[in-house]
Design a protein around this ligand. Structure first.
Ligand code: NAP
Length: 297
């Protein structure tokens, strides 16, 4: 069997076309662009890169970005003030707090302050709580998990009734992707660092979502033949053959997985493009929602 290697870019591109139309419609109707507010604290190079990528994507999508770049030693109050000012700014419709925050800050408190209606990255506990409750709909879904679900949908994967194994239980990937799979009627098992005998779960998994942050950790021989694998892991490893001296690899050992699985996402370029695109999509949704609410008030 030769697996299909899934490129997220064409899938994201399809979403971006619709997004551009929705953003233009907003701008024409209200006379200003949808706005995304970003809070970045500190000088972590990866976080800075993600924020730059998001700003560029915003520009291309017809969204204005409003960045609050704060020094690493910012106080809790300064970071909270940045979030409050974005909450109050009528030109800002979506808010993203780039994680991780420096250790001295109370992340939960900061995320809880984001206006629920501007929570385009679905970091607010209310949005996550609604996602977990049967019959309830969050206003926004966490971007990476939502992007992973769209990839499955685009591939025509039968999620209902499938055995899905999620590796990782973080707030931003593992836990919400498990909830979305459950909502789509998969039978979901969540594995984490304390799981005993991981392979015994993987051998029956029709769908595997790997989000553990361990380079090439999952060997193909652990996977069920024909499984569909969404590799969220994005791990920087040394690569003396590349000009930069490093490259990014997933959590799944691609070489050994390819002869076993039916499809697997690329790293990089699989789930990553979907994450940024979902943030833009949900920002434009927020813009329409908030503007209509103001009109009807
Ligand atoms: P995280 O917060 O560090 O969580 C990692 C999770 O993996 C934890 O739940 C941990 O278990 C579990 N884990 C660690 N080692 C394990 C093992 N050997 N077996 C089973 N489970 C194990 O990471 P994250 O933020 O979710 O990110 C995960 C990966 O996705 C990273 O590589 C990150 O860079 C990538 N990522 C990519 C995107 C994208 O857009 N492409 C977005 C977000 C994240 P415990 O809970 O027991 O500690």
């Amino acid at each position: 069997m030769t697996a299909q290697i899934i490129d997220g870019n064409p899938i994201a591109e399809k979403l971006r076309k619709r997004l551009a139309t929705d953003a233009t419609a907003f701008t024409e109707k209200y006379g200003y662009k949808p706005g995304l507010g970003v809070v970045l604290v500190g000088d972590d190079p990866a976080s800075q890169m993600y924020v730059r990528m998001k700003r560029n994507a915003c520009e291309k999508a017809g969204i204005t970005s409003y960045a609050h770049i704060l020094p690493a030693d910012s106080t809790q109050e300064q970071v909270e003030d940045a979030v409050r000012s974005l909450n109050e700014d009528p030109k800002v419709h979506g808010i993203l707090v780039q994680l991780p925050l420096p250790k001295h800050l109370d992340e939960e408190k900061v995320l809880s302050l984001i206006s629920f209606e501007k929570d385009a990255d679905a970091a607010h506990p209310t949005n996550i709580g609604l996602l977990a409750m049967k019959g309830r709909e969050p206003l926004y879904k966490p971007c990476t998990p939502a992007g992973a679900m769209i990839i499955l949908q685009e591939l025509g994967v039968q999620v209902a009734g499938a055995n899905a194994v999620v590796l990782g239980r973080s707030n931003i990937v593992g836990m919400p992707v498990a909830l979305l799979l459950m909502e789509a009627n998969a039978t979901v098992t969540i594995c984490h660092s304390r799981t005993k005998d991981l392979q015994s779960y993987l051998k029956d998994a029709d769908i595997v979502v790997a989000a553990i942050g361990r380079p090439n950790y999952l060997h193909g021989s652990w996977l069920k033949p024909g499984a569909v694998v969404i590799d969220v892991g994005t791990n920087k490893v040394d690569d003396p053959t590349s000009e930069k001296g490093y490259k990014y690899v997933g959590d799944v050992d691609l070489e050994s997985a390819l002869p076993v699985v039916s499809a697997i996402t690329k790293v990089p370029g699989g789930v990553g493009p979907m994450t940024i695109t979902m943030l833009m999509v949900q920002t434009v949704q927020a813009a329409h929602r908030l503007a209509e609410k103001t009109e009807n008030a």
